[in-house]
Design a binder for this molecule. Structure first.
Ligand code: DGL
Length: 285
């Protein structure tokens, strides 16, 4: 596999662009091929079997694009599908959960860590598992916060309703004496400022997207896959529905004008009875 090949990144939809942002900062020469499964989002309330099936289809699509390594930007897909995919693939693949858990274990002093994520991620118990593997003395306090996703997608970031919801979800966790809180869902880092106002300075907010980008750099280096060419890559964004809405929202996540909708195409998944319509949104980096 050539080091000049692109990297693949996928998510259940728009949220993975928070990971793209960190990857662009940490690996500016890498060309990104992003797939957001906007037709089938959310993954956060689906079963493991369904999320694994969707993830397999997307990985196959990315491999057809000749990616050299893959990042599962979605916490839910990382929690439910990474192990299955890892055993099936020849290219390196990482998720966001392990790097996020590792970073939280490093920053805690009280050994009391909060984890917020989708229901599926919390029910998988994976953050707890990784945290206990790192340090069995760590106490983990978990909370599913499903309303954060639609609030962020609605653009209600600094909003009274969002602040109320943050209190409703987090007040109990804060009372447990946690000193680190993992933002275990792609959308939650966009609420960092508002969550921070509620949690206060004593609780460190851990963004798995940032940690994941750092770990991915290591993975590329270790496998001699780091792009050596200094250039401005032409990233490609694919979604399974609603390219216009995706481009608009992704720009509000990534920065205005970063993604331009240039063309739209249909993609059929091989060995699959259903046809997933895939639109392509190309961006000049
Ligand atoms: N991307 C998902 C995650 O990080 C959040 C949205 C969804 O439920 O699909 O868990």
């Amino acid at each position: 596999m050539s080091s000049s090949a692109p990297i693949g990144v996928f998510d259940s939809g728009i949220g993975g662009t928070t990971v793209v942002k960190e990857l662009m900062a940490s690996l500016p020469n890498e060309k990104i091929i992003y797939f957001g499964d906007t037709a089938r989002v959310p993954y956060g309330n689906k079963s493991a079997g369904t999320v694994i099936m969707y993830s397999r289809q997307i990985v196959r699509f990315l491999l057809e694009k000749k990616v050299k390594a893959i990042v599962i930007a979605c916490n839910t897909a990382s929690a439910l599908a990474l192990d299955a995919l890892k055993s099936e693939l020849e290219v390196p693949i990482i998720g966001v959960v392990k790097p996020g858990a590792k970073a939280a274990a490093e920053v805690t002093k009280s050994n009391k860590i909060g984890v917020i994520a989708t229901r599926a991620t919390i029910n998988s118990g994976i953050y707890k598992e990784f945290l206990h593997k790192t340090n069995p003395d760590i106490q983990v306090f978990e909370k599913a916060c499903p309303l954060f996703v639609p609030l962020v997608e609605e653009g209600w970031i600094s909003d009274d309703i969002t602040r109320q919801v943050i209190h409703r979800y987090l007040d109990d966790l804060i009372e447990q004496g946690i000193d680190a809180l993992v933002l275990g869902c792609t959308h939650y880092p966009l609420l960092t400022d508002e969550i921070g106002k509620v949690t206060g300075e004593k609780i460190k907010l851990v963004n798995p997207a940032y940690e994941c980008a750092r770990e991915f750099r290591y993975v590329l280096e270790e496998n001699d896959l780091l792009c050596q060419e200094k250039h401005i890559p032409e990233h490609e964004f694919y979604v399974s529905d609603g390219p216009k809405a995706f481009a608009e929202l992704a720009n509000s996540f990534l920065g205005e004008g970063i993604i331009k909708r240039e063309n739209v195409k249909v993609h059929n998944f091989e060995n699959d009875d259903s046809i997933l319509r895939t639109y392509e949104i190309k961006r000049r980096g």
